[in-house]
Write a protein that binds this ligand. Sequence first.
Ligand SMILES: [Zn+2]
Length: 502
Amino acid sequence: MDAEQNKPKFDAMKKILAICLLFALNSYGQKKNAATNNNHAASQQLNALKEKTLSMLDASYAADKKTALQIWDYAELGYKETKSAALHIQNLKEAGFSVETGVAGIPTAFVATYGSGSPVIGILAEYDALPGLAQEAVPEKKSIDGKTGGHGCGHHLFGTASVSAGIAIKKLIEEKKVTGTIKVYGCPAEEGGSGKVYMVREGFFKNVDAVIHWHPANQNRVIMTSFIANKSAKFRFNGIASHAAMSPENGRSALDAVEALNHMANMMREHIPQETRIHYVITNGGKAPNVVPDFAEVYYYVRHPKREVAVDVFDRITKAAEGAALGTGTKMSYEIVGGTHDLLINKTLAELMQENLAKTGGVSYTEEEKAFGKKIQASFIGNAPPIEDASTIKPLQIEADAGGGSSDVSDVSYVVPTVGLETATWIPGTSAHSWQAVACGGTEIGTKGMLVAAKTMALTAIDLFNKPAVIQKAKEEFVKGVGSYQYKPLLGDRKPALNYRD
Ligand SMILES: [Zn+2]
């Protein structure tokens, strides 16, 4: 058969093929349109859910403000936050959460749970104050008689925003708007007590898909700066008491040992990696100059962006402490007080949170608040940034300088993908751990920032409940970030240091 004979057959086949192709394309187009429509409907639904949640949080703001200011007033120190924890627990129980209290051997730690199944989203809450920072809510330094604690790190806002965001999510689960489990972690003693480390060590973050946290600050940003690792201990020296003038040769001064250790530590600063931070306070230096002190104690923090370096420098400090005891004829013992990792950042979750922070927006002040802020800024050393900075959102970027504080949130970040933000709860330029921070935190300047945090955390959680692919991607990033490292608490197997503030 030649080609010319078959031509009509080929033409017919071509026509059939063309019709099939057209049909297939049409059907694909219809499906694609349907998918686009579905996506559009889903994103509209998600937006509506977010709007509803923002309104819920606006509606609970007055009650949340009351809770936060009550805890600001309690100003309880690490592991002694009995009333503060009880208030959060009461609010969570009234909202319908089941609450496990006294977890990880810590009377003021709790885990509140609502819902069932996956995903399991955790929100961290803190509520401890700092010693020596009692301050009225006024724009000049004014301590409060008979009071020591002050919320210089804004943890009264921290805990309240987290509980409030958790309760908002609970309502959505209850109304079947989202499915899964929400957990609010009541984490005591962040300031040096490493409360979360015990909760991590005892497995309270097992089977959690993602953890959200925040921190009060002087700006609004998603945290992309690592916290630095920290290992701390109290070094105690026992000497021999004697009359300091009549028989000093019969005494051995424990204070001498503390001073010798501090001197060696200060010389060591030249021979350790630059980014190391060593701080100490003498917590007991004897009682009277005419008695050779038979007991003295110094409390050390050793920090570095890399936990291996922090541990290494810490070990060198303990060697110096041994040397100090040897040289002064005293005996040395030490107690590890805290130990926290560096923070493992999760970019996938940070990008998600950034979108929600942008949607929530920053903080704007009334004229009265601006006047309060101006007075606060006048007390700073150096220039203060514009007050209007509180209304802006910092762009998302990894900051090369890992400097900054340490937090036990870092330990959580090594067992669960974790993301956090800061919001402006203090007038721009305010340092954490200052009387100015305590003052701002006792006013609506602080609680307005708290509301931004509660909203951003709730919106981020809503996304996580609705976007399993994001959780999956965050987990992949997390696994890569942890690598072959097996989580090991820096504070070892010690029991919670419940009396570290005594
Ligand atoms: Zn803090």
